[in-house]
Write a protein that binds this ligand. Structure first.
Ligand code: M6R
Length: 364
């Protein structure tokens, strides 16, 4: 049941801290505090490249994974949505790591992409929530997101669990490739272990998020902005808003705004920005100043450090706990999903079963 929550989505949102913690328990040895993977039928130290593919939210998780694997493990990554990947016939390097991501393990396009990668001699590592799914059976190895059943059509906790797995995989890959020394690993593991408590604190911002929702609910179009690993977070926020509130939303890499979408900006198009105080903070801040100068209304998710610097230009700020840059995309996902939820509640839509959508898309 819904345990007293209004919808399954609300219940599942509140499970973020638990699910991140359970997933970490499976991936991190409590004695050594090191990431431990199951035995792999290939060597992370020598895979020439990674190719990531998935659909919808799982694809956005893959995009965050790309930023991490490239930056931290120095592994070259190709990524595309599965519906494109399966027909693109790209020139792949045999022996590469194929990273497939799916909550259900039954998504038709992702499964077809898995089969075509396999046929090209790519090792298949799937990040799955349903561990007895079709994709599980056809993979070389699976990493299970310990999210439990996800009922709401809009994915929430499965997404942060996918990010948690990808973060751990990045650490293990970086170590195997000699890009992360024991101290570096300790620092990143500590950042992950800190997450469940910080994630729980996000729910203290419920009132501020509901106030933001009342602005967004009046809009016809909403622009989501983020840079680096916050760009996929912006995409996740925009998708969730579209799915359950039926408000049109678009996500842009903040630096791309002046190459087109800036012409959309006026009082009627709120801008939702995910801007924690990472090294990209100043760059995004200057994009927000440009938007403000054109009459844009800025609704900002930042942290305690960023809040002071953005408050002068923002119409509303939601202040989140400060976490390590590495795990910021995981933490920042929670409030953008909560925002979409509160907007849908205000609009009175069928939150758990939005029109035209199915929980798992098993036909092409
Ligand atoms: O089961 P999967 O993770 O493969 O599903 C992929 C997408 O269909 C899914 O993430 C979809 O985009 C969600 N409704 C997003 O909330």
């Amino acid at each position: 049941g819904k345990d007293g929550y209004r919808h399954y989505m609300e219940k599942e949102l509140h499970e973020h801290p638990l699910v991140i913690g359970q997933t970490l328990q499976r991936m991190i040895d409590p004695a050594t505090r090191k990431v431990t993977l199951p035995d792999l039928p290939f060597d992370l130290a020598t895979v020439p490249r990674a190719v990531i593919t998935a659909c919808g939210s799982a694809f956005y998780a893959g995009m965050v994974g790309r930023y991490w694997l490239e930056e931290i493990a120095r592994l070259p990554v190709d990524i595309d949505v599965a519906s494109e990947m399966r027909y693109r016939n790209p020139p792949l390097t045999p022996g590469s790591l194929g990273l497939l991501i799916s909550q259900s393990g039954e998504t038709a396009d992702t499964l077809a992409a898995l089969r075509s990668l396999r046929a090209d001699a790519i090792h298949i590592l799937s990040v799955l929530n349903v561990e007895h799914s079709t994709m599980a059976r056809e993979s070389d190895v699976i990493l299970g997101t310990v999210a439990g059943p996800e009922i709401s059509v809009a994915s929430t906790k499965a997404f942060t669990a996918q990010l948690t797995i990808l973060a751990c995989l990045t650490i293990a890959t970086a170590r195997a490739r000699g890009k992360l020394d024991p101290l570096g690993e300790e620092e990143l593991v500590a950042a992950l272990m800190d997450l469940p408590s910080r994630a729980a604190e996000v729910f203290n911002q419920g009132a501020a998020i509901r106030q933001m929702a009342s602005i967004v609910a009046e809009a016809r179009d909403v622009l989501y902005l983020g840079r680096g690993s916050m760009f996929p977070v912006a995409m996740e926020g925009a998708l969730k808003l579209k799915e359950i509130s039926y408000i049109h939303a678009e996500a842009y890499a903040a630096g791309e705004m002046k190459h087109g979408p800036i012409s959309l900006i006026d009082r009627t198009v709120p801008i939702v920005a995910s801007v924690p105080s990472t090294p990209l903070f100043d760059k995004t801040l200057s994009n927000l100043q440009e938007a403000k100068a054109r009459g844009g209304r800025l609704l900002v998710f930042t942290d305690t450090e960023g809040a002071e610097r953005v408050s002068a230009i923002a119409e509303q700020v939601v202040v989140l706990p400060r976490v390590h840059d590495f795990v910021a995309p995981i933490l920042q996902t929670i409030p953008v999903q909560m925002l979409a939820y509160e907007v849908a509640v205000l609009k009175g839509t069928d939150v758990d079963q939005p029109r035209n959508l199915a929980k798992s898309v098993t036909v092409e």
